[in-house]
Structures are given as C-alpha cells and as structure tokens.
Design a protein around this ligand. Structure first.
Ligand code: ATP
Ligand code: MG
Length: 258
C-alpha cells in the first residue's frame, strides 16, 4: 500500500492535471476571501483525494493548518477523542481557552483534516489514526460526529470565521475489497452526495479512463491496453492499477517497474 498512497505534500512527486483537480482548485481559490466554508473532498479509496488536496493547496498557495490525530489508545471513547482534538489545538497554539483556539484557526485560510488526522499511524507510530479508531469503535464512533455537530451549532459564529477541508471517506470491506459509501455504491452514493451537497461544498475526485491512463503511465511502465484491462477490473483507481501492474512485473521478470 505504501508506495501508491499519498500521506503528505512531499509524497506528491509527479502530478497530472485533471478535470477534478481544476474543480478542486476553483473551490480552494475561494478560501482566501471567504470564510465559514466546509469542503468535503470525496472519492473512492486509491483514486487520489490526498494527491489532489495537497496539489491544490500548493497551487492556490493556501496557508493551511494540518490537524494531527492526538489519539494514543484505540480503546478511548468518542468524548476523549473529541477533547483530544481541542487539546491538540491548545498545545499547538499555546493557548488555554476555546475562544483563543478559534481565533488562531481563523488566522488560516483553512483547517485541514486529511492524512495527518485520519492515517497518522502511517507516519507516526506513536499515534492512532482517526480511521483506525473509527474502524475499531464501529457504531460507537457516531457519538464523535454528534459531538462535532453540537459544538458546531453552539459555536456557529466562530465557525463562520473558519474554513474547513475534510478528506472524507466511509470505508468498508466486502468480499476482500475496500469500498467507499460516497463513491462505490452507485445510486446510493449519488443520493448521499446530493444530500451532502445541500449542506456542504462537495468535490468528488474521479477520473475518466483517459485521465487514469495518463496518471498510471507517469507512475509505471505499461501500455494502454493493459491499463484499460485493469480499469475494467478495479475502476479508475490509480493506486490499485499501479500496484497490480507492479505485481505483474515482479511475477514476470522478478523486478519492479519504476
Ligand atoms: N492527478 C494525479 N496525478 C498523479 N498521480 C495521481 C493523481 N491522482 C492520483 N494519483 C496517484 O494515485 C495514488 C493514490 O492516490 P492517493 O493516495 O491520493 O489516494 P486517496 O484517494 O487519498 O486514497 P485513500 O482513500 O486511501 O486515502 C497515488 O500513487 C497518487 O500519486
Ligand atoms: Mg488519502
């Protein structure tokens, strides 16, 4: 998984501009001058949410606060996780009150909840990523989201000064494959996205086959025919296609393509 998973801006060595990227850039452009936006960046696992978020932040030169997971124990409850987020803010900004936290957050173009929050365990062994905690907590994690909604409603005026970018996925396993509620469930995904779109700004990262071919080709050495076969098998998800091609090379030649 490591090689074709983007965990930080530094991992984005090569990047192909696509229609989704242009949409995301146009959305991010508005963050310099308006506040109170909550942007969900959704897309199937392995498509390129992280790659696009970091590339668009860089392109629009956004000053972003990257939220880190503060979870140290996978067994803690929702309230503790919720408090750990605010305690992390207080420690980072060296302030004591929530009011000061909101003042500091409002000083950024946006507050980002992406890999350092969801998958922090992949870059820092000492923390548990929110995705791991949520996977472990199951339905009990719902309380965390409720606490966020309550806080938002209580502090609506503060949140109107802050922009939030969320890398959003609702992943689950089915017959050995990973799926995402927002992008892999056909009509159900469309309904969920339509409802979300009435409350938040939503950008879907998805690629046309031609875009996927271009992306895969800058990562691995393969011809269009082979890539199309894998698009048919996996969908337009560069991670799984690159991995499959690399594994094929290992089996065939005993080497990895790079
Ligand atoms: N536009 C692009 N240009 C170049 N590479 C891309 C592009 N989009 C995706 N990729 C590549 O696809 C792979 C998967 O991308 P990424 O890790 O961003 O997916 P993700 O949607 O964030 O996955 P996850 O749901 O697991 O967080 C990476 O190797 C990344 O470099
Ligand atoms: Mg990601």
């Amino acid at each position: 998984m490591g090689k074709y998973k983007i965990n930080s801006a530094n991992d984005n060595r090569v990047f192909v501009v696509t229609k989704s990227f242009i949409t995301l850039c146009n959305m991010f452009k508005t963050l310099k001058n308006s506040h109170g936006k909550i942007i969900h960046v959704v897309g199937a696992p392995g498509t390129g949410k992280s790659a696009n978020i970091y590339a668009a932040i860089e392109k629009q030169e956004l000053n972003v606060y990257n939220v880190k997971s503060q979870i140290k124990d996978v067994n803690v409850n929702s309230k503790k996780v919720f408090n750990s987020v605010y305690n992390g803010f207080k420690r980072d900004f060296n302030v004591k009150s929530k009011k000061e936290v909101y003042n500091c957050l409002a000083g950024y173009d946006a507050v980002l909840f992406a890999d350092m929050f969801h998958d922090s365990h992949l870059v820092d062994d000492d923390t548990v990523g929110f995705s791991v905690w949520a996977g472990h907590a199951g339905l009990r994690a719902t309380k965390f989201y409720l606490l966020c909604v309550v806080e938002y409603l209580k502090e609506r005026r503060e949140y109107k000064r802050i922009n939030i970018i969320l890398q959003t996925a609702w992943k689950f396993h089915f017959r050995g494959r990973k799926y995402d509620l927002f992008s892999d469930m056909g009509i159900l995904s469309k309904i969920v996205l339509a409802v979300m779109g009435t409350i938040f700004d939503v950008v879907v990262i998805s690629y046309k086959p031609e875009e996927t071919i271009k992306i895969v080709k800058i990562h691995v050495d393969a011809d269009d025919k082979l890539i199309k076969q894998y698009i048919h098998e996996y969908g337009s998800k560069p991670r799984f296609i690159c991995q499959a091609i690399e594994n094929e090379d290992v089996v065939k030649y005993g080497t990895k393509s790079d």
